[in-house]
Design a protein around this ligand. Structure first.
Ligand code: C2O
Ligand code: CU
Length: 547
């Protein structure tokens, strides 16, 4: 493959949205940040120069990083923060994924402004499993906060209150026409009649699942999370935080202006109303015509509480599963786990109690040295290898619960896996704290097959016979449905230290995460590579926000 070099300068600069200007951290002064374009089989060296005021890390979301967890990025999991005034070069190896993925900061709430798309084209000399599109458009959905993110995050953690809602959603950095002071800067794309474009859609929104549609145009979803799917022809999509989609759109409507629009999906009606504004961008056909004063709005865009629309889209996702893209679902499972997700109360040693989140009732505590270095160098006292395979006790997870079930505690417990283990994990949502919610859960270093999901409590006798082992979606992010469960399978064939977490930032920072360590396979080719030079150290510096 080819080798690419990128320079990412992280620094604060001024941005104006919704009539207000603020200083915020971005890469190369752009929001969203630069697009990385590579072919499968290539390697990118990205040097991050931190000219900001606090420690930061960058994660390459959806990149497997074979044997190279050193470049994965989650703070205190695979590395310590890149300190202000210093730089670090990530070696990003594109070996497996094909399609759209993305990169984002993975420390504090920095990812709200530090993110961008990655487009992985097919290996040189190979083609898409569909006709070559005529053009391409990257569509990054984001959150806009008028306030300072660090202050908001600190406030959120120290008061244990409900997460602050964003002030607008954005498409390629712009809230669009329907928001105040935003018309002039609405994102526009000129298109040609009769041409087919591939949209590279990224949900970089902080805490919310999104609906997305283009007025009067059909969408054909062809890939999700950097893997091909059976084409889904639809008038709208649901895209969960962290997820990416490749979508074909043919410009076959009368010459005119059409809105593409995105709106939150909120199936528990928990978000403040001002978060419900639609973000829009405009598709503008080239040609000689007088456009109407306002572009056509996608009337098909589901309303924010339409859970049927969300479900009916999601159930249609299947792997492409053809000869060139075979499905290989593990069937001789060697490790089975049931992991519960919950919002909880936590009581800190100083007696202060606040809200928290957990997996299997353990709320992740960041260590002071990253887990990867501790594992690689055998440093003790950083983590314990006792993340449970099963909940410590069973209750009716999706029924009413007693108050004692709500209490959780902090821990840095990881799950150890032998190389090539065939793993099945059932993620079980709970109604602990009376707050059932969808959790878009993401795994680093691997994609996994989503073999089943359902409502209520998982039943290990009656549910497995219904698993899809033929063409299950192969993804790196999946929703644990509210008051339901989802079952995934993967082969632990990537030695390293890999983060599992809810991709809603408000839950991640509350501790809804854990780590799987995949051990070496016994040969150099099945072992973690040597660490790169100049790894940031943890000494003398933390990211700004700690609890
Ligand atoms: Cu976008 Cu840890 O992930
Ligand atoms: Cu969550």
């Amino acid at each position: 493959g080819n080798v690419h070099y990128y320079e990412f300068v992280l620094r604060e600069s001024n941005f104006t949205r919704l009539c207000e200007t603020k200083s915020m951290l971005t890469v190369n002064d752009s929001f969203p940040g630069p697009v990385i374009r590579v072919n499968k089989g290539d390697t990118a060296y990205v040097t991050v120069h931190n000219q900001g005021y606090y420690g930061v890390t960058i994660h390459w979301h959806g990149v497997k990083q074979p044997r190279n967890p050193w470049s994965d990025g989650p703070v205190y999991i695979t590395q310590c923060p890149i300190k202000p005034g210093s730089s670090f070069t990530y070696e990003v190896i594109f070996s497996v994924e094909e399609g759209t993925i993305w990169w984002h900061a993975h420390s504090d709430w920095t990812r709200a402004t530090v993110h961008g798309a990655i487009v992985v084209y097919p290996t040189v000399g190979t083609t898409y499993p569909f006709p070559e599109p005529d053009g391409e458009e990257v569509i990054v959905l984001g959150s806009w906060y008028t306030g300072d993110l660090y202050e908001m995050e600190f406030e959120y953690l120290s008061t244990g209150e409900i997460a602050p809602a964003s002030d607008a959603y954005t498409i390629n950095g712009q809230p669009g026409d329907l928001c105040k002071c935003s018309s002039e800067s609405t994102y526009r794309r000129l298109v040609d009649y009769g041409k087919t474009y591939i949209l590279r859609v990224v949900n970089a929104v902080m805490n919310v699942e999104m609906f997305f549609a283009i007025a009067e145009h059909n969408l054909t979803v062809v890939a999700i999370d950097g893997a091909y799917v059976k084409p889904i022809v639809t008038s709208y999509i649901l895209i969960i935080p962290g997820q990416t989609m490749d979508i074909l759109v043919t410009m076959d409507r009368p010459l005119g202006h059409y809105y593409m629009a995105t709106r939150q999906f909120d199936n528990v009606d928990k978000l403040p109303t001002f978060d419900r504004v639609n973000a829009t961008a405009i598709i503008e056909y080239r040609g000689n015509y007088t456009p109407p004063a306002t572009p056509t709005f996608p009337s098909i865009l589901p309303s924010y509480e339409d859970s049927d629309a969300a479900k009916s889209f999601t159930v249609r996702i299947k792997s492409l599963a053809d000869i060139e893209h075979p499905v290989d679902v593990p069937i001789n499972i060697t490790t089975r786990m049931l992991i519960t997700s919950a919002a909880n109360t936590i009581i800190y040693p100083d007696g202060v109690s606040s809200l928290a989140s957990s997996l299997s009732n353990i709320s992740w505590a960041n260590p002071s040295t990253d887990i990867l270095l501790a594992y690689y160098r055998n440093i003790s006292g950083v983590y314990t290898p006792d993340f449970p395979d099963w909940p410590l006790y069973f209750f009716n997870f999706t029924g009413p619960v007693v108050e004692s079930d709500e209490i959780t505690s902090k821990g840095t417990k990881v799950k150890m896996l032998n190389y090539n283990e065939q793993v099945e994990v059932v993620f079980q949502g709970t109604t602990v704290f009376d707050s059932p919610e969808d959790h878009p859960i993401h795994f680093h270093g691997h994609s996994f097959y989503v073999v089943g999901s359902g409502e209520g409590n998982y039943d290990n006798v009656t549910d497995p016979p219904h698993f899809n082992l033929v063409d299950p979606p192969y993804v790196s992010t999946v929703t644990i449905p509210l008051s339901g469960w989802v079952a995934i399978r993967f082969v632990a064939n990537n030695p390293g230290v890999w983060f599992w977490h809810c991709h809603m930032e408000k839950h991640l920072i509350w501790g809804m995460s854990t780590v799987f360590i995949v051990k070496n396979g016994g040969t150099p080719e099945t072992s973690i590579r040597d660490p790169p030079p100049n790894l940031p150290t943890c000494s003398g510096f933390t990211t700004r926000i700690q609890r």
